[in-house]
Design a protein around this ligand. Structure first.
Ligand code: NDP
Length: 263
């Protein structure tokens, strides 16, 4: 993220962003949006099933959640911050000159494997079928990278570790039923994201995966007047904090112009 000469952690940056917004008068409230009604001229949002909020404009920035394998061992090390990650761009740096595993076979997995190959000593890529889902060009790039080993027909049985940090992965070749242990300090999962947009689906147009569709490309407008979107809820390509901040700025400007035109 630009401007942080010495780097910054995600949680630290989120606190700073909140404090900066509050300095400009933003009223920040916590709660889960459990229901919305965008059918009338006034948009309605229910928080924690109880509190009802009415507004003229709304910016959806609910993000997308990375999918995991949901193995107990994977979740254990994920929660501890002990070596499981779904973001190579965010965490790859911590595994410089080390050996890592990445699960997935789509464009994201290929892009992230290639990214990791530049930092890490060795990248082992686990593909559950006998071929990639990724585009030919992305798959080709991975195949051509010397320090990436691709294991097809391979699924993870367990993420291994000493209780605190990851030390390996136990995998199985589903064709031969052969099991083996791969030594690694980082276990990356790149099997797709699920946008957090279910609550809007009755009113807002979503694509087949659930990403919000822009009504007008190059803006933050959705199909409902006064409802705008920013960040990963509508972005399956870039998914970075800095691009989300940029679309957040676009949405704020669009919302302001929408209100100005109404009054
Ligand atoms: P995808 O849905 O395209 O791919 C997910 C991959 O994860 C699939 O290969 C799938 O395997 C695998 N997978 C799913 N569940 C499991 C599991 N439980 N165990 C092992 N493997 C699993 O997601 P992506 O995030 O890769 O891409 C999302 C979209 O973003 C795509 O449209 C993609 O093209 C686009 N994108 C484009 C980029 C670019 O052009 N530079 C970069 C990144 C993303 P299987 O194939 O067996 O189903």
């Amino acid at each position: 993220f630009p401007g942080y000469v010495d780097g910054v952690t995600g949680p630290e940056m989120m606190v700073q962003l909140q404090q900066q917004a509050q300095r400009f008068g933003t009223d920040v409230r916590d709660g889960w949006v459990t229901k919305v009604d965008f059918s009338g001229p006034v948009h309605k949002v229910w928080v924690n099933d109880t509190k009802e909020i009415h507004c003229q404009t709304i910016i959806i920035s609910t993000g997308a959640t990375a999918k995991y394998l949901d193995l107990p061992s994977e979740q254990h090390y994920l929660k501890l911050g002990g070596g499981v990650s779904a973001c190579a761009v965010c965490d790859g740096f911590f595994y410089r000159n080390q050996e890592v595993v990445i699960v997935g076979a789509g464009d994201s997995a290929c892009e992230e494997a290639h990214y990791l190959s530049k930092l890490c000593k060795k990248v082992t890529m686990l593909v559950r079928k006998d071929d990639f889902r990724a585009s030919k060009i992305m798959a080709q790039r991975v195949r051509k990278t010397e320090n990436i080993e691709i294991l097809f027909n391979t699924e993870t049985l367990e993420v291994l570790g000493d209780g605190q940090v990851v030390t390996g992965a136990k995998v199985i070749n589903t064709a031969t039923k052969e099991e083996k242990v791969i030594s690694c300090t980082g276990f990356f999962v790149a099997i797709g994201h699920k946008p957090n947009t279910d609550v809007f689906k009755d009113f807002i147009y979503l694509d087949e995966v659930g990403y919000i569709k822009y009504e007008e490309p190059g803006t933050s407008k959705t199909n409902v007047a006064g409802v705008f979107v920013a960040g990963d809820a509508a972005d399956k390509t870039y998914r970075q904090a800095v691009t989300a901040a940029g679309t957040g700025c676009m949405a704020a400007l669009d919302a302001e112009r929408y209100l100005a035109a109404k009054h």
